[in-house]
Unconditional design. Structure first.
Length: 395
């Protein structure tokens, strides 16, 4: 948000050739809506500015930022890419493109954007924190620790920076100690080894960093949530769960922590644990769109189609862009032998397909409806996405 004022100034200058009253009013209203946290309204203001004839990279960047902040990741990324195609040096667009890709589980793709934002804004902590999360998600803990360490230097009172430094140092120490145990070294020799000394240094840094983090922010909710997500992306179930449980120890009614737990358990196929976390989440926040979407998907996977339907519909009502909910509803319609009703839901879900599974179901549905040419195209896309996923996993 700190970039918004500067971007707005550029925007107003670029719009000076237009009749000033309406664009200026919209720009002012967008800034007001953004400051008060109504990001959806701010996004609509920026859309109206675009429709009025203004068209600048800064405007697309601001629209992308507001879409990201309102949870609309795919549209946000589209706008940010448009902004960067017009001006690849925009700090805010690079930062938010990286943040959006992180949330879309694309940490490797996020790195170039975050690194550019870091180079352009060396005195700002946000790119460093995002780089830390990206490196954690990529299991590059030394690089993550380096990013968090620099963040503590840039902003010594930032709890997330100290917490990230503490967690990564502790994880690196654990790796060393586990390695010594696996190698079967005698206890005395292990303690005297250079690796053990390195582990002790890491543990000392972790203790100091975590102590500082807890002094600055005793609950560190934000940091726990972000690191829980990063560890989930990295495929580290236990580490991710620990972050969310750390929140719930002091805030047992913190709905985002239950959502994080549900996401982690669901990704690792822990059905009963997912159900338990979702039950608590939806008791606290019945309308939570992502919680309802995951519940619908979980119930569909358990072949409880009628039970799943209201959850899918509620999720779509709250967040029309949630592909997981559209996919669940499509499968419900297919189970009812209604492929024509499933097709629009599948088309809405398909743009978010990452592994080919959505396009495969789309292809089968198109085939049932006699649309063989479109079915062939969808199947080819499914195969391409599967190959891309396999290549990425092998990287």
């Amino acid at each position: 948000m700190q970039f918004l004022a500067a971007s707005m100034a550029t925007l107003l200058i670029s719009g000076s050739v237009f009749a000033q009253s309406d664009p200026e009013r919209l720009a002012h209203q967008a800034a007001v809506d953004g400051r008060r946290g109504d990001y959806q309204a701010a996004a609509e203001d920026y859309r109206q500015l675009l429709q009025s004839g203004l068209n600048s990279p800064e405007l697309h960047s601001n629209l992308g930022m507001m879409l990201y902040l309102s949870g609309q990741d795919r549209p946000a990324l589209q706008q940010l890419r448009i902004a960067l195609s017009g001006n690849s040096e925009l700090i805010a667009a690079n930062l938010f493109a990286g943040l959006t890709l992180l949330r879309l589980n694309g940490p490797r793709e996020a790195l170039p954007f975050l690194q550019k934002a870091r180079l352009k804004q060396s005195t700002t902590v946000a790119p460093l924190l995002a780089l830390g999360r990206a490196h954690v998600a990529l299991r590059d803990l030394p690089a993550a620790r380096n990013a968090y360490r620099k963040a503590t230097q840039v902003q010594p009172d930032n709890a997330e920076a100290w917490y990230g430094l503490g967690i990564t140092s502790r994880e690196l120490a654990d790796r060393i100690l586990h390695g010594l145990t696996r190698n079967g070294q005698a206890a005395g020799a292990a303690k005297a080894s250079p690796q053990a000394a390195e582990a002790r240094t890491d543990l000392s840094e972790a203790e100091q960093a975590l102590s500082r983090a807890m002094t600055l922010d005793p609950n560190s909710t934000h940091a726990h949530l972000l690191l829980g997500e990063a560890f989930r992306t990295a495929g580290q179930l236990d580490a991710s769960v620990r972050e969310y449980q750390a929140i719930l120890q002091t805030k047992p009614n913190e709905a985002p922590a239950y959502l994080g737990l549900a996401n982690t358990y669901w990704e690792f196929g822990r059905v009963q644990d997912t159900m338990a976390a979702l039950t608590k989440l939806l008791a606290l926040s019945p309308g939570d769109p992502e919680g309802n979407a995951i519940m619908a998907s979980l119930l569909v996977s358990e072949h409880q189609m009628q039970a799943a339907k209201p959850f899918a519909e509620r999720a779509i009502t709250e967040r029309p862009d949630l592909s997981i909910a559209h996919m669940a509803l499509a499968k419900i319609y297919l189970s009812e032998n209604q492929p024509s009703q499933a097709l629009p839901e599948l088309k809405k879900a398909a743009p978010d397909d990452t592994d080919g599974s959505y396009h495969y179901v789309l292809a089968e549905t198109l085939r049932k409806l006699g649309q063989t040419q479109d079915a062939t195209i969808a199947l080819q896309k499914s195969r391409q996405l599967r190959q891309n996923q396999a290549a990425q996993n092998a990287h």
